[in-house]
Design a binder for this molecule. Structure first.
Ligand code: PLP
Length: 483
């Protein structure tokens, strides 16, 4: 600290001034966000038109920037941090996470190698091991055993990495050398997230080699169909390399039967990846751990703390049973990255655990969250959301105009007005245009269905009650009833 120089002092000064203003701005925003229209009402190009075409040549004050944030940017924000947000899956945030991200930005480290910031790697290892215990995940995912966890930017990336590891294991790392073997096949359910299909394209396996397995009437993968598809491919001389199962599908939060799927994968030596992007967090609670029944079969697993664990995007936790299977698939070491620690083999270099080389110090925000809320605090949030969901369902079921379409799972309700799609589409539009709530839709069994997910950090009974009031009100309006 004795060597503090002029530039560092000036930076500290500027951060105290502008950083404080930014923090105040965000705090004010959080106070008022419940009053803002949840879905941004702007039209395409509105924000672009409000922005100057050219970058400023001279420096501008942070005050001026904040002024423009209010006038030009805020109108184009859809308020994911509004307690009236019920769309897609949430993108959780919390003061502890924002503060953790600020610390990470302050350090500004790039943790590609252990050596480029040992704490960035070792805090991540420790926190991801904590999560194994917190969610009662199989112990082989611990870094102290054969596996380990890593924070990735998204479940999509984690799904891709799992596929690459499965592909390489099935071809004895030959696809990395010779190009993708066109005999490779992969399997996932008709309700799996689109990122699996995207990963198949990116990994060079090809969509024609992805077998989409039928689901049952509760939108879960049918194990008998999976077994049949694998056996047929084996007979045809194909190389089944990857099964992507889902715990908490995007449309309905259905849970694939992992014990049966896992046994099939084990019998055939196929990499089983479990994508629990949204639902995984529920395993904080003993009574919800049934979602992970059969997870002991999984070669890899991911869930998103940025969806339902009070941690700002991006924070996907990705685990592997055997870390060597993953790193062998992704390692590449140019001369300029060689260093004594890596060569010693005693450290983890997370650059080998995902696609990008560079990585932010994301573990800091997760560490701040877990310590600030404690496991009990996080559990309480999950339980509150699940309980609110059950209340919402009881209101819905007491109104004969509505029907639920899929089994209600955890914190997601798929419902619709009895009647034609047009009535439901109109209801959906009116609700979102009201600004009072935001919910999204899906199609199930060919029908337009509204999805109502209760998982936003600040959602409470009053918000769910107000949303239900709004849904009832718009459902009775003549334009909708006539639709
Ligand atoms: N997997 C599932 C089951 C999801 O529901 C989602 C997104 O909703 C994803 C993957 C993709 O998540 P991410 O945005 O972290 O890539």
């Amino acid at each position: 600290m004795a060597l503090t120089n002029q530039r560092s002092r000036a930076a500290a000064e500027q951060l105290r001034r502008d950083g404080q203003a930014a923090l105040d701005w965000v705090a004010r925003y959080l106070e008022h966000v419940p009053e803002l229209p949840v879905l941004s009402p702007v039209k395409p190009g509105d924000i672009l038109r409000a922005l100057p075409q050219h970058a400023p040549q001279q420096s501008e004050s942070f005050d001026a920037i904040l002024k423009d944030l209010d006038s030009s940017i805020l109108p184009g924000i859809t308020h994911w941090q509004s307690p009236n947000y019920f769309a897609y899956f949430p993108a959780n945030s919390s003061p502890a996470s924002v503060a953790g991200d600020l610390l990470s930005s302050g350090f500004g480290v790039q943790g590609m190698l252990w050596a480029t910031s040992p704490a960035c790697t070792e805090l991540e290892m420790r926190v991801l091991d904590w999560l194994v215990e917190m969610l009662a995940l199989p112990e082989h995912f611990l870094s102290t055993r054969s596996g380990g966890g890593v924070i990735q930017d998204s479940a999509s990336s984690a799904n891709l990495c799992a596929l690459l590891a499965g592909r390489e294991r099935a071809t004895q790392f030959g696809s990395n050398e010779d190009g993708c073997d066109q005999r490779l096949t992969a399997y996932t359910s008709a309700q799996a997230h689109s990122s699996i299909e995207k990963a198949i394209k990116v990994a060079g396996i090809g969509r024609k080699n992805l077998r989409i397995i039928e689901v049952d009437d509760q939108f879960r993968m049918k194990p008998s169909h999976l077994a049949r598809a694998i056996e047929q491919d084996n007979r045809d001389g194909r190389i089944p390399c990857f099964v992507g199962a889902t715990v908490g599908t995007t449309s309905t939060m259905s849970i694939d039967p992992l014990p049966e799927i896992g046994a099939i994968c084990r019998e055939h030596g196929i990499w089983l990846h479990v994508d629990a992007a949204m639902a995984g967090t529920a395993a904080l609670c003993d009574e919800l751990r049934y979602i992970h029944k059969g997870l002991e079969y999984a070669d890899s697993y991911c869930f998103d703390c940025h969806k339902w664990m009070l941690t700002n995007f991006d924070c996907t936790c990705f685990y592997v049973r055997n870390r060597t299977a993953l790193t062998n698939a992704l390692t590449i070491t140019p001369e300029y990255l060689r260093n004594t620690a890596s060569t010693s083999g005693t450290v983890v270099d997370y650059r080998d655990w995902h696609i990008p080389l560079g990585r932010r110090f994301r573990a800091l925000k997760l560490w701040c969250v877990i310590r600030s809320y404690g496991v009990e605090g996080l559990r309480a949030m999950v339980r509150r959301h699940v309980q609110l969901t059950n209340e919402f369902v009881s209101w819905l079921r007491s109104d004969s105009r509505f029907e639920t379409i899929a089994p209600v799972s955890l914190n997601l309700v798929c419902f619709r007005l009895k009647g034609p799609d047009s009535a439901n589409e109109a209801l959906h539009q009116k609700l979102n245009a009201s600004g009072r709530l935001f919910l999204s839709h899906t199609k199930l069994n060919g029908k337009f269905v509204l999805r109502f997910c209760i998982g936003q950090s600040y959602t409470d009974e009053e918000h769910v009650g107000a949303a239900w009031h709004e849904i009832q009100k718009h459902a009775t309006e003549p334009a909708v009833a006539a639709g």
